[in-house]
Design a protein around this ligand. Structure first.
Ligand code: GDP
Ligand code: IMO
Ligand code: MG
Length: 433
């Protein structure tokens, strides 16, 4: 029997960073920091629904499709085939990098198999949401759902298609199909002609960027001994299969999505770095058992500046949720935890956590099939706050003892080691253990 031995360089060459909650955990900041230790950073799913904030010096950048390694020299950034790309929002991102003098062209590769978001995908997203009334998902309206529907429905257009002589015909065919579908909805306000012209102009600009067969590129990098970092978008609770369906996004946001989104085998996955805020947020509709509706939630929103990086919407806030995190740690195979936004809890006399779920009249550690229908409540446990600033602390041992106990409690309840603690938005505001 022929067996193919793994080379040393192949051993667990792809580390993964992903969000363990409902998104916005601070992935951009952590990827930007860690990217310096890698050769290639890859986005493997999602699209411009993501908003990853990176603060370098006094400058704040929000990336939507471009990987968060783009600010580092000598690092390649790959938009993998699991991503959906809108040429218009992508062009805006590129313009911002251009005006900041970031030489992105040599650092950026686009998978030919990544699907394109058309203006009519955005129209369908808006029309579908409007038709749902109270049951709306709270989508970012970037056309994500309709684009992934066309992908799985085998109708989509891919980046590689833009070089084909009949690309415009293919575009028109798909557009006509969408316009046929839109007849079933109430009409929405949308300047299709204007958006289409912009879209086609941006397609011309896309043609000037490097396109690759992502699966061959990534595997050849692994063979050459390069270190790869896969950057998740959204959060595990927004995963199409394992999230709070139907209040989810349309891609696999979990570790499994790295394999399909980049074209690599499961045995190549190394460390899985799961990020959680020291509390919890959600933007958009859907169940959120530990949500705080009153003044405490408002206080977290204010202190944490919890407003969406993509849509500017206020984020819903609540306490950290142990059953929810144990669920996403399990599904992702998380090997290390990163706790972000610890500083947001600085002023709290007491910090709470949702220790267990209450449903069907009993306490549970497991996330129920349908949190919405099951009326999930939480049992709260309290712990003393540290009530002091964490500014300037870069050594874990120098954290106030109460902050250390909070982290030790989390490690204990989550069975996973905390390896990094973020204490502010800047690159330097990070404790590495
Ligand atoms: P992402 O989507 O996971 O990359 O996260 P977002 O960028 O959407 O949201 C995280 C927000 O928190 C951004 O505004 C970050 O600049 C900010 N941030 C990240 N880490 C910290 C932290 O440790 N403390 C504080 N106060 N803000 C942080
Ligand atoms: P990052 O990568 C937070 C949410 C939307 C909505 C649902 C579906 O910045 O963490 P979609 O536009 O995908 O149809 O929206 O998912 N959502 C996010 N929430 N962070 C994100 O990305 C999100 N991307 C989508 O608010 O509830
Ligand atoms: Mg975000």
């Amino acid at each position: 029997m022929l067996t193919r031995a793994k080379t040393n360089s192949e051993n667990m060459a792809v580390d993964v960073i992903l969000g363990l909650q409902w998104g916005d955990e601070g992935k951009g900041k952590i990827v930007d920091y860690l990217a310096a230790q890698y050769d290639v950073v890859c986005r493997f799913q999602g699209g411009p629904n993501a908003g990853h904030t990176i603060v370098i010096g006094d400058q704040k950048y929000v990336l939507h499709t471009i990987p968060s390694g783009i600010f580092r020299e000598d690092i390649m950034n790959v938009v993998g085939n699991g991503v959906v790309l809108d040429p218009i929002t992508f062009d805006k991102e590129i313009q911002k990098l251009e005006s900041a003098n970031i030489p992105f062209k040599d650092r950026l590769l686009l998978s030919k198999k990544a699907h394109l978001i058309l203006p009519t995908h955005r129209m369908l997203d808006a029309a579908s949401e409007a038709s749902k009334g109270k049951l709306k998902i709270g989508s970012t309206l970037k056309g994500i759902g309709p684009t992934y529907m066309d992908k799985t429905g085998r109708n989509g257009l891919r980046i590689g298609d833009i070089m084909l002589p009949d690309f415009v015909d293919r575009y028109n065919k798909l557009k006509e199909k969408h316009l046929g579908m839109l007849v079933n909805y109430d009409s929405i306000d949308f300047d299709l002609e204007g958006e289409e012209t912009r879209w086609m102009n941006c397609i011309e600009k896309l043609k000037t960027l490097q396109q690759i067969n992502c699966e061959y590129y990534v595997n050849s990098q692994i063979k050459a001994g390069k270190k790869i970092l896969a950057e998740g978008a959204q959060g595990s609770m927004l995963d199409i299969d394992y999230g709070t369906y139907p209040y989810v996004t349309s891609s696999n946001t979990i570790t499994a999505g790295v394999c399909t989104g980049l074209g690599i085998a499961p045995h190549l996955i190394g460390e899985v770095i799961g990020i959680t805020k020291a509390y919890c947020t959600r933007v958009g509709s859907g169940p959120f058992p530990s949500e705080l509706h009153g003044s405490v939630g408002e206080r977290l929103r204010k202190l944490g500046n919890e407003f969406g990086a993509t849509t500017g919407r206020p984020r819903r806030c609540g306490w950290i949720d142990i059953p929810q995190l144990n669920y996403t740690i399990m599904i992702n195979g998380v090997t290390q935890l990163v706790i972000t936004k610890m500083d947001v809890l600085n002023e709290f006399e007491e910090i709470s956590m949702a220790a267990k779920y209450k449903y069907d009249g009993e306490l549970h550690d497991e996330v129920p099939y349908d949190m919405d229908g099951t009326q999930t409540d939480v049992e709260i446990e309290n712990i003393d706050g540290w009530q002091q600033s964490l500014e300037g602390i870069t050594d874990y041992e120098k954290l106030p003892s109460t902050a250390q106990s909070y982290l030790a409690t989390l490690e204990n309840k989550l069975g996973t080691k905390v390896t990094m603690v973020s204490t502010g938005p800047k690159r330097s505001e990070l404790i590495i253990r």
